[in-house]
Design a binder for this molecule. Structure first.
Ligand code: TYC
Length: 113
């Protein structure tokens, strides 16, 4: 295939959409992560409320709201933190839940822009 030329016959750089999209991948990464709780059929509601109070600093009313939102919607945000803190909190919650015999799942996701 012939290289593209401008109207003077000089070779031209080809530009693709993908070049632009990958030009600054690290700058586009959000620095904050959301800690997400997932619903399941077995973890007691009271346990989830306690987790939200103890690990995420929510008061009883807010913890109850978030727990019910997870229960009905399938997932919900417990908090938003820099990545290291978000990872640590998710690990702590999963370890605590497993130690108490509950399947409660906590994961982190990059914060939506
Ligand atoms: N669905 C659970 C129940 O009915 C309660 C629950 C809420 C579990 C939130 C997990 O992240 C969760 N006991």
């Amino acid at each position: 295939m012939q290289a593209p030329e401008d109207d003077q016959g000089n070779p031209q750089e080809e530009h693709h959409e993908s070049d632009v999209a990958t030009a600054t991948p690290d700058l586009a990464r959000p620095p904050f992560y959301v800690v997400v709780l997932f619903n399941d059929d077995y973890t007691p509601m009271e346990f989830v409320i306690e987790v939200l109070q103890q690990y995420f600093g929510l008061d009883l009313d807010r913890a109850t709201d978030v727990m019910l939102s997870v229960h009905y919607q399938g997932k919900g945000v417990a908090g938003v933190y820099p990545r290291d803190i978000a990872e640590t909190k998710a690990q702590q919650v999963n370890r605590h839940a497993r130690a108490q015999g509950h399947p409660l799942l906590c994961q982190i996701e990059p914060q939506a822009i």
